[in-house]
Write a protein that binds this ligand. Structure first.
Ligand code: FBP
Length: 550
């Protein structure tokens, strides 16, 4: 017999809120909105997506006469975990069953490989019940395999057809939704009769645009990190003896770090996009940080907090060049490099092959970091930034700089540190009410897009700043979000990743306050996510969402 926590039992009974257009269940019809093109490279995207380019956005309108036939849908979870994934599936299931009780939902197991290996299970009411409003992706598990070859698409179509599946819902980040868009086009061109719908997932917050206001999971994950940062700040302010350097997940974009800076007001926060815009070197960044450590120490405050996005290293121009040279070199010498088991020998092998400038930079890095930079890339070719200890690198370099200042008589403090990495802690938390509602609505919307044979669309729920009843569900053509980017030496159509915009209010608000937060101790202690109680606490949204939609 499975055992569940009290909170788990309570949360499975929570009924997520839906936009008012769905309050009568699926008694709706679709209405076409504006027709758009792509964010850039229109001619190229149009040529690559002849069937799914130039489609209108989709909305819903009440329709008492709506009737539906039985429909089978397949669903996968793709990429990193994000709170709310189970609720997308619950919303999808409820929408599908409300349309017709004989419809079926199949969950493919372990991400995209479930589709190609034909590993699946039928998801029924009992099985889904224990996962409602819970965190994690363990209901059907996830994976990072890329769907990119015609062979994979054909076997996927064959496996879906064998189960009578007419719609596939792919819950993933920008890379997985790019795959979904390509698959939708392939299925349309080959007249498979299977439609593909994407759902915007990622704690990183970088799958958003004019029509997709937020990716799910960002709200909950940042709330978990803010609780932890707040606890650490209170400890720092109580003991007054440590600097805490906290690396936060987010792969490339710094949305998580920015949200945590706005909510927790640490002494220091680095935003990668600003570093890139200012073309800062690693030494310049360290100098700025060190100056704050010295100033606080002069005020007898030998403590503080510094938050750092995990992707920072790739935004420092000199490091970016180094990583790109390393990527090429590792791809070109893959077999030889894979045969070297000892990491010191691997490092030396690579050092020999690097150009002079990059070799000097690579040699100057602490050995541990140098080794981490040559670890295996993920299936999408990304450096696995979560494994690079940028927090430790910064501490090491600040310490070195402080020693020089001490020798010059310019610093007389105490820089004792603790480093932390918050990422996995936030990815599987019970979703906040916002994420529980948002994901359920995204899933419900995906069921209606599928019922209406829409393909190449991303499920979207807008007006998120407002109460759930005023949310606007719909579908946005994925080709509208695409542009061409260079990937592995080739131009590829991809969904544009949203980085932090330095002209937008979230960053400006941070920039206007950071000097004060650096010197004064202005910490905010958020405390844990509240699932029940006063709505001003249990329904609180991210500062990012509030500022972006003022
Ligand atoms: P997705 O983009 O797939 O949602 O994953 C995001 C993320 O959580 C990043 O923040 C992090 O860098 C990465 O996944 C870690 O990957 P892994 O789970 O493979 O260790």
């Amino acid at each position: 017999m499975k055992e569940f926590s009290q909170l788990h039992k309570a949360r499975t009974g929570y009924q997520p809120k839906l936009p008012s257009v769905f309050l009568n269940g699926p008694k709706v019809k679709i209405i076409n909105g504006k027709t758009g093109s792509s964010v850039a490279d229109q001619d190229k995207i149009k040529a690559l997506f002849p069937k799914t380019f130039g489609m209108p956005t989709i909305g819903f309108e009440a329709n008492e006469n709506a009737e539906f036939k039985p429909l089978n849908i397949g669903v996968i979870l793709s990429g990193g975990q994000a709170p709310g994934g189970h609720n997308v599936i619950a919303g999808l299931y409820d929408g599908l069953k409300a349309c017709h009780p004989n419809s079926k939902l199949y969950g493919f197991l372990g991400g995209p490989t479930g589709l190609t290996d034909n590993e699946y299970r039928e998801l029924d009411a009992n099985y889904i019940a224990e996962y409602r409003n819970t965190g994690g992706f363990d209901m059907i598990a996830s994976g990072r395999t890329k769907l990119e070859t015609a062979e994979q698409y054909e076997i996927t179509a064959k496996n879906c057809k064998a189960l009578g599946i007419e719609a596939l819902v792919i819950i993933g980040g920008d890379d997985s939704n790019t795959n979904a868009a390509v698959l939708a086009e392939y299925f349309a061109q080959h007249e498979t009769g299977i439609s593909v719908i994407g759902v915007p997932k990622t704690i990183d917050g970088d799958l958003k645009n004019e029509m997709i206001e937020a990716s799910f999971g960002f709200d909950t994950a940042t709330k978990v990190y803010n609780e932890l940062i707040g606890n650490i700040q209170r400890d720092a302010n109580s003991a007054k003896k440590y600097w805490h350097v906290i690396k936060l997940m987010g792969r490339s974009a710094s949305h998580i770090t920015l949200e945590c800076a706005l909510r927790s007001q640490p002494n220091l926060a680095i935003i990668s996009e600003e570093v890139e815009a200012k073309k800062q070197t690693l030494h310049e960044i360290v100098e700025e940080l060190t100056q704050v450590v010295v100033k606080r120490s002069n005020n007898k405050e030998n403590f503080g907090t510094l938050i750092v996005p995990e992707g920072l290293i790739e935004f420092i121009p000199e490091m970016k060049s180094l990583i790109s040279e390393l990527n090429d070199l590792m791809a070109a010498n893959k077999t030889e490099i894979n045969e070297i088991k000892d990491t010191d020998t691997k490092r030396n092998y690579i050092l020999d092959k690097l150009q002079n400038d990059t070799a000097t930079l690579y040699r100057s890095l602490p050995r541990q970091i140098a080794k981490q930079l040559i670890m295996e890339r993920d299936p999408h070719g990304n450096v696995q930034v979560s494994l690079i200890e940028t927090d430790k690198l910064l501490v090491y370099m600040i310490e070195e700089r402080l020693e020089i200042l001490r020798a010059e008589g310019k610093y007389n403090g105490n820089f004792k540190t603790h480093t932390h990495f918050f990422g996995y802690e936030g990815r599987c938390s019970f979703p906040s009410n916002f994420d529980a509602d948002y994901t359920y609505a995204l899933g419900y919307t995906a069921s209606l897009l599928s019922e209406n044979k829409c393909t190449g669309y991303m499920s979207s729920v807008r007006n998120l700043k407002d109460a759930a009843e005023n949310w606007i569900p719909g579908g946005i053509p994925m080709t509208q979000m695409m542009n061409m980017e260079r990937r592995h030496g080739k131009d590829k159509p991809v969904i544009k990743k949203a980085l932090v915009e330095l002209d937008d209010l979230p960053f400006k608000t941070f920039a206007n306050n950071r000097d004060k937060w650096a010197i004064e101790t202005s910490y905010i202690y958020s405390g844990p996510i509240q699932y029940y109680g006063p709505t001003e606490i249990s329904e609180i949204k991210t500062i990012t969402l509030e500022l972006e939609h003022q």
